[in-house]
Design a protein around this ligand. Structure first.
Ligand SMILES: Cc1cc2nc3c(=O)[nH]c(=O)nc-3n(C[C@H](O)[C@H](O)[C@H](O)COP(=O)(O)OP(=O)(O)OC[C@H]3O[C@@H](n4cnc5c(N)ncnc54)[C@H](O)[C@@H]3O)c2cc1C
Length: 446
């Protein structure tokens, strides 16, 4: 380990959508500032570098998922590969790539004597600010439900978060899970697989997207937010409307048990998911798993699904700040005992900003709002010669932003309080972040 300390103004951790956004806005507002992006993977892209399972693509429209400072020029839904290429092109265009330190993992962050020390597996750094762009999930441990008899199973089990070189051609495949991943993967493997059985405890909401749709950011912003708002206001009638629109697919056996938009609806592209069901190779079982058997999976309804390949599309484990150990004046921080300020800072943690996106709108849109707000805060501090800022521990008990299983599973790892003015709605935050004073009485300056 090289113990030399390297000094920069800002450390950004993570080179995905949020990391590139942070770097772009820092460069725009502080051309002379010295920053570095620390990334544990060997390439940038974050989610879109890691997720390589067949069919991986966006569910959001790319008009709102693309950066405003480098608008997306491709089709309305982006493939994982194209989104990664787009992120690479953005980093090249704005000269960001040269500031990324790849294959370097942050192990801990320690605030002492009014600055951060960032310990990595290679070098250590000191900086006035840290921006965590580490995403919202545990990169090493996805949600992998365990069932009895796993060692008996003679086939292969793979989680979509670590797809590697998994082969499915000519195999009997079982896909466990009903979310966006299962919906995009099914049409992508059905042609080559011998059979595909989906095992789902609860079916998901699925909507169709026309891949040839030409639109623009403003229209898609309103369309998505209005769809979300109406589904919240008129829960029953809206649910009915969606069911009748897709009456060729939904029947008494596959209506989701949760409300429309309680989780992000999965998207079928040009009806690919609905069409996949026309093939007699595809079937679905709406029940839980009981145990593994030598040649397949025994379900709670008593059936056994024979398979050579079991794909766990069972989602992620939510995690904030990349699970990095954080110390403030030598005291270890427990995030669950903090207040979450504007979804971008935590009480008791000075000069540390963090990105999380929306669940009901494109992630990138929030990254850009937060990036601008961070720069505004830093400018305010510079002008007034402050060294650090931190939010007060106040607020109301946190509620889950959405009833997605991965959020509900992880509530004990999230801050226990949020502030009254926090509202994870793009339009509300757009106005709030633009016009709310930096010195708002909650953020304190020293
Ligand atoms: C299959 C899939 C489809 C999705 N589709 C959509 C969609 O359509 N619309 C939408 O809005 N959202 C979608 N999402 C959510 C998606 O995660 C976000 O849109 C976005 O990519 C997150 O970007 P990020 O930069 O915040 O985090 P990430 O992409 O997760 O990147 C975090 C980076 O931080 C790095 N890192 C973490 N810890 C450390 C450490 N200790 N040291 C160094 N580096 C570290 C990681 O290696 C990673 O590169 C999807 C997610 C998945 C999995």
């Amino acid at each position: 380990m090289n113990n030399d300390i390297n000094n920069v103004d800002v450390i950004i951790i993570g080179a995905g959508i949020a990391g590139i956004s942070s770097a772009y806005y820092l460069q725009k507002h502080f051309p002379d500032l010295k920053y570095i992006i620390i990334e544990s993977r060997s390439d940038l892209g974050g989610t879109w570098d890691q997720m390589t399972f067949p069919g991986v693509r966006s569910d959001s429209d790319m008009y709102t998922y693309g950066y405003t400072f480098n608008p997306w020029k491709g089709s309305i839904i982006g493939t994982g590969k194209d989104i990664k290429l787009y992120q690479n092109a953005t980093a090249e265009k704005f000269n960001i790539r040269k500031n990324i330190l790849f294959n370097t993992s942050v192990e801990s962050l320690a605030w002492k004597n009014n600055q951060w020390t960032t310990k990595t597996n290679k070098k250590n750094f000191q900086s006035q600010y840290v921006i965590c762009c580490t995403g919202s999930r545990d990169y090493s441990q996805p949600n992998f439900p365990k069932f009895k008899g796993e060692s008996k199973f003679k086939g292969e089990i793979v989680h979509t978060q670590s797809w590697g070189n998994t082969k499915f051609k000519g195999k009997n495949v079982a896909i466990v899970g009903s979310g966006c991943t299962a919906v995009t993967m099914t049409p992508a493997i059905v042609k080559e697989a011998k059979s595909v059985t989906l095992i789902q405890r609860s079916p998901a909401w699925i909507v169709n997207v026309n891949g040839n749709e030409k639109s623009n950011r403003l229209y898609k912003t309103f369309e998505t937010l209005v769809d979300y708002a109406l589904s919240r206001m008129f829960k029953k009638s809206y649910k009915k409307k969606v069911l009748s629109k897709y009456s060729n697919y939904y029947n008494d056996t596959n209506i989701p048990s949760y409300g429309y938009w309680n989780q992000r609806p999965a998207c079928s592209l040009n009806n690919d998911y609905f069409d996949a069901f026309k093939s007699d190779k595809v079937s679905v079982e709406h029940t839980g798993i009981n145990n593994w058997e030598k040649n397949g999976i025994k379900l709670q309804n008593g059936k056994t699904i024979g398979c050579d390949l079991a794909i766990m599309a069972t989602g992620l484990n939510a995690q904030l700040l990349g699970g990095i150990n954080i110390f403030v004046n030598e005291k270890k921080i427990n995030l669950n005992k903090t207040s979450w300020y504007r979804g971008m800072m935590f009480s008791s943690i000075p000069n540390l900003f963090a990105h999380t996106g929306y669940i009901n709108f494109s992630w990138t849109a929030r990254c850009e709002l937060v990036s601008e707000r961070i720069c505004k805060t830093m400018k305010f501090m510079k002008k007034n010669k402050f060294t650090y800022c931190e939010p007060k521990y106040i607020g109301e008990k946190s509620k889950p932003a959405i009833e997605a299983n991965y959020v509900l599973r992880s509530m004990d790892k999230f801050p226990n309080r949020t502030y009254k003015f926090d509202n994870r709605n793009y339009l509300m935050e757009y106005m709030n972040f633009k016009w709310a004073k930096i010195n708002d009485g909650v953020l304190t300056f020293h």
